[in-house]
Design a protein around this ligand. Structure first.
Ligand SMILES: [Zn+2]
Length: 341
């Protein structure tokens, strides 16, 4: 099959289209014809070789897949040839302690989908989530990782409620554009940040109530001003060291900061006195579950969450997609369609 292959680590230029063997499925796996695949920061880490573990090369990037089931293993009973599906990006083992208590997102032995920038990929049937009618492959490939992360952060971990104020960082990112809509769906007022006025315009179009240009203004001062001194109930933090202290400073009494990423650095200071006197919660969040992806796709089918797609690329143009994401010039999702010539 044709695939985008990483033979050596480096910049976008190391992404090359070439031939790889077709995936062979086991008795509990399914073969998927990939119609669309989201481009994510994890793909950039894989390409650069800084994913926190040894990466066997050659590797195929792409963890956010939507496609059509072409073949099912002999023991698969709940997925059928021809099904339109998406896949949770991490495959839980089903046997470790977190898996046993239903916290599959915290699985200690999870493995990843073996690469979606390819004509075909495979996944265990237990990781498959059907696409509801009316949800396209492109929509499915837009939400299975970044929007799922935003859903888990807001709905499951921070338990956002109607009437609350939510600060969402980086409105143009996958997590940001998803979080704005999911917080709105839950009935919150959303304050979003971005680095350019064009992105702020787009943030307003997809539902943000208030916007802040973090290159022009101190976002903490602006949040305090917008909330008339109260602060926000929830901060969707996925930036890291550069925003951490001010993000905590934006919280109201009983506020929750939920974090799922640290692109700008992994260390952050906390004023312990402020933490206990204001009864703040600092909450970690990581990806989401198959059940949550099903709920999110239903919200997409009902038009409550509309995947924001910036642009679509063929495999030949994968380098361009990586460069765009690396420079954060996009608003919303970048997709690669392996069958687009
Ligand atoms: Zn497990």
């Amino acid at each position: 099959m044709q695939a985008v292959i990483i033979n050596e680590h480096g910049g976008p230029e190391v992404l090359r289209v070439g031939k790889m063997p077709n995936p062979e499925i086991g008795p509990l796996e399914v073969l998927i014809k990939v119609w669309s695949c989201g481009v994510n920061h994890v793909d950039l880490y894989l390409r650069r070789g800084i994913i926190g573990a040894e990466i066997p090369l050659p590797a195929i990037p792409g963890r956010e897949v939507a496609g059509e089931v072409l073949e099912v293993g002999e023991l698969v009973t709940d997925v059928y040839v021809g099904d339109r599906v998406t896949v949770i990006p991490r495959f839980p083992c089903g046997t470790c302690d977190p898996c046993k208590i239903g916290e599959e997102g915290m699985c200690l032995k999870a493995t990843s989908i073996p690469g979606g920038y390819a004509e075909y990929t495979k996944a265990p049937s237990s990781s498959i989530v059907p696409l509801p009618p009316g949800v396209s492959y492109d929509m499915g490939a837009s939400v299975a990782l970044a929007y799922l992360t935003a859903w888990h952060m807001l709905i499951t971990r921070a338990k956002v409620r109607s009437g609350e104020d939510v600060l969402v960082h980086a409105a143009g990112s996958g997590v940001g554009s998803g979080a704005i809509q999911i917080a709105k769906m839950a009935g919150a007022r959303v304050i979003a940040t971005a680095g350019t006025d064009t992105k702020l315009e787009r943030a307003l179009q997809i539902g943000a109530d208030e916007v802040i240009n973090y290159n022009q203004d101190n976002f903490k001062d602006m949040v305090i001003g917008i909330t008339e001194g109260r602060g926000v109930d929830v901060v969707v933090e996925h930036i890291g060291t550069s925003t951490w202290e001010n993000s905590i400073g934006c919280l109201a009494f009983n506020g929750r900061l939920v974090t799922s990423g640290a692109h700008t650095g992994v260390w952050g200071k906390v004023n312990i006195q402020e933490l206990f006197i204001k009864q703040l919660s600092l909450i970690g969040s990581y990806l989401g579950t198959r059940h949550e992806l099903g709920q999110l796709l239903n919200a997409v089918a009902r038009g409550k969450v509309k995947p924001v797609i910036d642009s679509i690329y063929s495999m030949q143009n994968a380098q361009e997609a990586h460069a765009l994401l690396e420079e954060r010039r996009q608003f919303g999702k970048l997709l690669i369609k392996p069958w687009l010539k």
